[in-house]
Design a protein around this ligand. Structure first.
Ligand code: ADP
Ligand code: MG
Length: 284
């Protein structure tokens, strides 16, 4: 059974950067205003994410890393209107099957925090009282210690550090001036119009504050660029879109990246004409 769990976990947590994305999203869900990330050896030796969010209650620690344990869904209908980024309760559990996870946390009004380590979905020891500042720190040591081939590949590729920086700068762009407005279809962003040449188009896309990818939208924007600014090859596009939660299908893949939208064609057309208008204006 633990081999099956490990394989499943390896699908959810494919590389250090996937673990970091999950941890940062958990910190954002916990209403943190500051998140610190420490990485050693491209994340293989150590990943440590510390936040100043609302913390984890003592009574939740025991089941924290069991699969499908989430504090973010209490009834089935909630699936229709997912507001927070996590909802599967799968990320933390998965990490404990492929690494050594230690959680230190304190909730508001407590005199001290608790620290506890997990292995293969369960607590290794009773939570120990400890000193703690506001929020939660999650540490993963020796990621993929039990997946030799994966560890070797990642060790030799050495590009995870760059992937992690890239991910964190995407979150940072988006959270610089956060204004949580919520009209029906609301969009903001910026797009490049220079002859900045990179290897491929960079599209940073947030839908309802979730960092996602939407290949149909990306292709649609590439078409607009090709038609209006053919020499602005390989542009940079940042877009943040707010939609009613039940218009976004985030349930396609465990890593939760690629999304599809209700009325996708209509929305894409609207965005296309907006981008086209912006590019034409800036070109005059
Ligand atoms: P999900 O985010 O899908 O609920 P996770 O496995 O990522 O599942 O996390 C499990 C639970 O652990 C969350 O629902 C949340 O209650 C708690 N949790 C994880 N990280 C944090 C954090 N940084 N601050 C507060 N609670 C957290
Ligand atoms: Mg989560």
């Amino acid at each position: 059974e633990s081999v099956i769990n490990r394989i499943a976990a390896g699908e959810v947590i494919q590389r250090p950067v996937s673990a970091i994305k999950e941890l940062v999203e958990n910190s954002l869900d916990a209403h943190s205003t500051s998140i610190n990330v420490v990485v050693k050896d491209g994340g293989l030796k150590l990943i440590q994410v510390s936040d100043d969010g609302h913390g984890i209650r003592f009574e939740d620690l025991e089941i924290l890393c069991e699969r499908h344990t989430t504090s973010k869904l209490s009834k089935f209908e909630d699936l229709q209107s997912i507001q927070s980024m996590g909802f599967r309760g799968e990320a933390l559990a998965s990490m404990t099957y492929v690494g050594h996870v230690t959680v230190t946390t304190i909730t508001d009004g407590q005199l001290h925090g608790f620290r506890v380590s997990y292995r293969d979905g369960v607590m290794e020891n009773e939570p120990k009282p400890c000193a703690a500042v506001k929020g939660t720190q999650i540490m993963i040591e020796n990621l993929f210690y039990n997946m030799t081939a994966r560890r070797k590949t990642l060790q030799n590729s050495g590009d995870d550090y760059a992937k992690i920086l890239d991910l964190l700068s995407r979150f940072a762009i988006h959270h610089i001036n956060d204004d949580p407005s919520s009209s029906v279809f609301n969009m903001k962003g910026f797009i490049s119009n220079s002859n900045y040449v990179a290897k491929k188009i960079t599209m940073v896309l947030f839908i309802n504050d979730r960092l996602v990818e939407c290949s149909a939208l990306k292709r649609a924007i590439e078409i607009v660029y090709a038609a209006t600014l053919p020499r602005a090859a390989k542009p940079f596009v940042y877009m943040s879109i707010a939609l009613p939660p039940d218009h976004v299908d985030v349930n396609i893949h465990p890593t939760k990246r690629e999304v599809s939208l209700l009325n996708q064609e209509v929305i894409i057309q609207k965005i296309q004409s907006k981008v086209e208008q912006q590019l034409t204006d800036s070109n005059e």
